[in-house]
Design a protein around this ligand. Structure first.
Ligand code: COA
Length: 190
């Protein structure tokens, strides 16, 4: 079994059309537009955020730049080649021993439907299964979030489970779907 290559300090990562870079203070306006949008937040764990909340979140997430221990996460911005903010990716180290991480994605509405999340996720999965030496990456989502389910499917993530009425969220019992891909499955696709 290969050792996991940790700690890992964030550096910009490039896809064909997208670049993942650390969040910066100048991202406040588009980040607020995204995280305050009720449609964007519909299937997220949080309610639409106020500008003050996004200021705090930005200060916290801009500094999340190292993966070393379980619970460490990255929240890079997805940008196009001109540097325009498109959305954010999420990668959280779930277990070092089991070499497992969770992945997530959010795009501004005007940048959905162009394949940018798929490309950004591909960049992160290449990192996970390449340099980081992880074994398994999973995503958890509301099964009603069809755009996110479709993205998991396009990435080759298997739907492994459905937790019925797993959470009391936003005034209702909510299901959680669990999708995952293993290192060897990703290697076979690439
Ligand atoms: C989930 C989310 C990131 C998916 O965004 P998306 O743009 O649909 O995802 P992708 O990057 O995979 O793009 C796929 C779409 O781009 C289209 N596309 C256009 N050009 C493309 C290209 N060059 N390559 C790939 N797809 C392309 C695809 O046909 C597809 O469109 P369709 O859904 O109409 O068939 C987005 O819906 C979102 O931000 N939702 C709100 C936040 C959220 O719920 N996040 C997930 C929580 S679990």
């Amino acid at each position: 079994m290969d050792a996991v290559a940790l700690p890992w300090d964030f550096r910009p990562l490039d896809g064909e059309r997208v670049r993942l870079t650390a969040l910066r203070q100048s991202d406040l306006d588009p980040l607020y537009a995204m995280q305050s949008d009720p449609d964007v937040c519909r299937y997220l764990l949080y309610e639409p955020r106020s500008r003050d909340q996004v200021v705090d979140v930005l200060a916290r997430d801009a500094g999340a730049l190292r993966l070393e221990n379980a619970g460490d996460y990255l929240q890079p911005a997805i940008r196009d080649r001109e540097g325009r903010f498109l959305g954010t990716m999420y990668l959280e180290l779930h277990s070092v021993e089991d070499r497992t991480a969770e992945i997530g994605w959010i795009l501004l509405p005007e940048h959905q439907g162009h394949g940018y999340a798929q490309e950004a996720a591909t960049v992160l999965l290449d990192l996970c299964f390449g340099e980081l030496g992880l074994h398994r990456v999973y995503a958890e989502l509301d099964p009603r979030n069809t755009a996110s389910v479709a993205l998991c499917t396009r990435l080759g993530m298997r739907e492994e489970g459905l937790f019925r009425e797993h959470m009391w969220l936003k005034g209702e019992w909510t299901d959680t779907g669990h999708h995952a891909i293993l290192e060897r499955e990703w290697a076979a696709r690439r």
